[in-house]
Design a protein around this ligand. Structure first.
Ligand code: NDP
Ligand code: HEM
Length: 485
């Protein structure tokens, strides 16, 4: 039996002397520095962890493919969105505020990060399970995240910090409405939608430009936990979502999502009733109806979590010809942030790791650095007269648009109907059912009634929700025992 098994080796491939015993002076004696194998095992173990993601640390994912069934070539020339295209992908789901090992089923937005391995290189669409976000300027991102993570003094999550920040930055109200609703505690990753959230640019073969938003509608149907169910599940299984996805795929229940886009003609953006680049806003479906263009399916679990999920590196800056950035300030900030964090967290050559490397040849003049796996050979400079790679600007024709203005630090210019409360109000008044509304109020009260939340912050919480809806604010006031109407 044992002779069928491979022989243990050191990481250098040398036969290992023992699986169990260190090299000692006699069976009871001290150990010897010359036991290279023991030292390699201990040293490698000490280095097993890379830093966890500064946000979205706890997650899981799977591989699959997207198929495009409709012709949207009038809007984009991106090859992955042409009718009939089938593109392999990786999707990583995550919670935001917790660390590695944090429970899956707590109230939090969920990350929905996609990497498409296209024939034009990798396209990364790094979204959430909500169509909007808490802030609209990237300079507020670290402040926002600090308020959601742990305090400096006692290392505790603190609901007072969270409500203090949210109520002082009222652009958060739309996303906090999603978060406090039952969509803030999804039953599983399979049962939630994904959204690209930002507005992106699409460019067609004729060089015409459009603005686009992505929606990924779960084919499993939306299913959420109530607050109580989420708490009970957290107590029983901290990895409920990870286990659910892994089990479903292993059992052949391959989850899928319908791919939809909203398309806005380029010229509409200037005087649309909302600022179409403001990440705290959706585009109402009545204005820009979602168009179904295809479906994606997850059909393969990772076979090595660390190398395929923990080391996966998503970056909104990875866009392929036919897709470009919009002037959304949050997107612009993210274009810098992700590759920067990957260089720190994984190392400068993270794009050479199997899960991150594109499925097309790379011809780059970048070279060397820590843990470089391969270089591309000479010549190592451009221009050169010895036949090195040459850039081709033609796939990017048409992406340009003109921008003028003073250099300022200022909020977005307001469009006719821009305000912080109108869209959460529409969600509350027109979309949520009676049960959803009751659960929303209960969830807010449960969250804001924690002992650390001060009376002053509670009063602001009530005011915040009264601005969304008097009905909701009054219910929250009653639940929190705050006076006034
Ligand atoms: P619509 O009535 O056309 O669309 C409302 C959308 O809300 C639905 O299509 C559904 O989108 C989503 N929805 C349904 N139930 C819930 C729920 N319990 N919690 C959160 N979202 C839900 O109205 P508008 O497009 O004019 O939008 C009205 C409000 O709906 C917005 O202010 C926004 O808060 C919310 N909403 C709008 C979305 C959009 O892109 N227009 C997307 C999601 C929410 P889905 O299938 O994506 O869940
Ligand atoms: C992860 C920064 C806004 C979705 C991260 C990470 C950073 C970061 C540094 C860790 C990445 C890693 O270590 O791999 C920022 C900044 C933002 C911002 C600076 C705003 C200026 C957003 C928004 C969304 C989002 C608006 C969604 C719409 C995600 C997701 C992940 C992530 C899904 C996890 C990716 C993964 O699974 O590896 N973000 N973020 N972020 N962010 Fe953001």
């Amino acid at each position: 039996m044992t002779d069928q098994r491979p022989i243990t080796t050191t990481d250098a491939g040398i036969p290992a002397p023992s699986d169990h015993d260190s090299l000692s002076v006699g069976p009871n004696g001290p150990l010897l520095l010359q036991d290279h194998y023991l030292i390699q095992k201990m040293a490698q173990f000490n280095r097993e962890r890379v830093p966890e993601r500064v946000v979205h640390a706890k997650g899981g994912g799977a591989f699959g493919f997207m198929e495009i069934t409709e012709d949207v070539s009038q809007f984009t020339k991106a090859k992955l969105f042409q009718k009939g295209a089938r593109t392999d992908l990786l999707l990583r789901f995550s919670t935001v505020a917790g660390e590695l090992g944090f429970p899956d089923t707590v109230r939090d937005p969920r990350g929905f990060a996609m990497k498409f391995y296209t024939e034009d290189g990798n396209y990364d669409l790094v979204g959430n399970n909500t169509p909007v976000f808490f802030i609209r300027d990237p300079s507020k991102f670290s402040d926002f995240i600090h308020s959601q993570k742990r305090r400096s003094d006692n290392h505790l999550h603190d609901h007072n910090m969270q409500w203090d920040f949210w109520t002082l930055r009222t652009e958060s109200a739309h996303q906090v409405t999603f978060l406090m609703s039952d969509r803030g505690t999804p039953y599983s990753w399979r049962h939630m939608n994904g959204y690209g959230s930002h507005t992106f640019m699409w460019i067609n073969a004729a060089g015409e430009k459009f603005w686009v938003k992505y929606h990924f509608k779960t084919d499993q149907g939306i299913r959420n936990f109530t607050d109580t169910e989420a708490a009970e599940t957290t107590a029983l299984d901290r990895d409920f979502h990870l286990r659910d996805l892994s089990r479903a795929i292993s059992a052949g229940e391959h989850p899928s999502w319908t791919v939809q886009v909203q398309i806005m003609p380029f010229e509409d953006a200037a005087d649309y009733r909302f600022n179409p680049f403001d990440l705290t806003k959706i585009w109402p479906h009545g204005d820009y109806p979602p168009i179904t263009i295809g479906r994606f399916t997850l059909n393969r679990n990772p076979d090595d979590y660390f190398t395929q999920i923990e080391q996966a590196a998503f970056e909104p800056a990875n866009m392929v010809p036919g897709i470009a950035a919009s002037p959304d300030k949050m997107l612009q900030g993210r274009l810098f942030s992700y590759p920067d964090t990957h260089r720190y967290r994984i190392g400068p050559n993270y794009l050479q790791l199997p899960v991150n490397r594109p499925r097309v040849p790379v011809h780059s003049y970048n070279k060397d650095g820590a843990m470089r796996y391969e270089n591309y050979g000479d010549p190592v400079y451009a221009p050169n007269s010895v036949g090195g790679p040459q850039a081709d600007p033609s796939p990017y024709e048409g992406e340009s648009y003109s921008v003028t203005g003073e250099i300022v630090r200022a909020a977005y210019t307001l469009h006719a109907e821009d305000d912080d409360y109108g869209q959460p109000r529409a969600l509350y008044d027109n979309v949520l059912s009676e049960t959803d509304r009751a659960n929303l109020a209960n969830n807010i009260v449960g969250h804001a009634s924690r002992p650390e939340v001060t009376a002053e912050v509670k009063a602001r919480v009530v005011e915040y929700w009264r601005n969304v809806s008097k009905h909701l604010g009054d219910n929250v006031a009653r639940g929190l025992g705050v006076n006034g109407s």
